[in-house]
Design a protein. Structure first.
Length: 343
């Protein structure tokens, strides 16, 4: 299920050069499964009035935030005389969270005009009142790995303890969306870990799995049919699809970014088709602008291999270590390189 909106070829002009291809979420197999598991947790919360936790993890660009916002969109707010009904609330975890700042971020997302006021306990009390008054059922916490960037080990332990207690007190379904390191956050607190179901992965599409690669090619075919200009070679042709896969790490966000960039580069050059040269320019200007030409997947002599070595475009996408987090280092919570399952 996908819609791609862009100016038709006859309307491409100088004014349209800065426009972006706008897409609705693509309901591929991983996306549908994750939506099902989220709906399952939501149904359990409604049927039994008990809380529960779940993590949805994957590399940047896998579509986690898109999925969270899409689920919230399916359950919009309704306004009644005495209250606002909020079935699902999306919140982005602050970059250096504390109990006070996280509670404040949730209050702000709900619409509390006093979200910045009060101590952590006062905000928590007010938050629980809002949850009851607005009948909130599911809380979606995006950028869950930000917990690792709490100001101190003490603050990290406080916020994970708070989340456990908050889950019990609120009886919400809570879903964390984050990088693979988010699992370590849950595992760091035994009581919190018991309250969370096994994580749901949002992995990149794989070249090694034939069914997976064929699904990716099918998505390329659907995307191509909606582009404002034609491709000289069908995007879903096996060899070109491998090049696009390499240029995007098999991630749909980067696939769209690449093709969006290629269309932009074609418009700038006054071209009416996507060639390998145009796709190479799209990759260079919009995905990896300081990479050597020989590693550009659309270069004729490119080895067409995953760009996951140190310093390359997708190196950080394969690294599940809590890089840069003093809290994780002090607690000895470090993952292994190669967290994303990818060929």
């Amino acid at each position: 299920m996908m819609k791609l909106f862009a100016p038709s070829p006859e309307h491409i002009s100088d004014r349209s050069l800065g426009e972006k291809l706008k897409i609705e979420p693509i309901y591929h197999r991983r996306f549908r499964y994750a939506m099902f598991k989220l709906a399952e947790l939501h149904h359990h919360r409604r049927a039994h009035d008990v809380g529960g936790g779940m993590l949805l993890i994957g590399p940047s660009g896998a579509g986690k935030s898109t999925l969270a916002k899409e689920y919230e969109r399916k359950y919009p707010r309704s306004f009644e005389k005495q209250r606002t009904h909020i079935p699902v609330q999306y919140v982005k975890v602050p970059s250096s969270p504390t109990v006070k700042s996280l509670a404040g971020a949730i209050l702000e997302a709900i619409g509390d005009h006093r979200s910045h006021r009060g101590t952590a306990p006062e905000k928590t009390t007010r938050l629980l009142e809002f949850i009851k008054r607005c009948d909130i059922e599911i809380l979606l916490l995006d950028e869950f790995q930000h917990f690792f960037y709490s100001p101190s080990v003490t603050a990290f332990r406080d916020i994970t303890d708070w989340l456990k207690s908050f889950l019990d007190s609120s009886r919400l379904g809570i879903v964390g969306f984050g990088l693979s390191t988010a699992e370590l956050i849950i595992r760091s607190n035994e009581q919190l870990s018991r309250r969370f179901s096994p994580s749901i992965p949002m992995d990149p599409f794989s070249l090694e799995d034939e069914a997976d690669f064929n699904e990716y090619r099918g998505l390329l075919k659907a995307i191509e049919s909606c582009l404002p200009i034609e491709s000289e070679i069908p995007l879903y042709e096996a060899n070109l699809a491998r090049r696009i896969h390499t240029a995007s790490f098999g991630l749909l966000d980067y696939t769209i970014k690449l093709l969006d960039g290629a269309v932009s580069e074609a418009n700038k050059a006054g071209l009416h088709t996507l060639s390998l040269d145009v796709l190479a320019a799209g990759f260079r200007e919009h995905v990896w602008n300081n990479g050597p030409d020989i590693l550009n997947p659309f270069h004729p002599e490119s080895p067409i291999r995953p760009l996951t070595r140190p310093g390359e475009a997708f190196y950080m996408h394969t690294c599940s270590d809590s890089v840069g987090s003093p809290v994780a280092v002090k607690l000895g919570l470090r993952g292994n390189k190669g967290g994303a399952r990818h060929a």
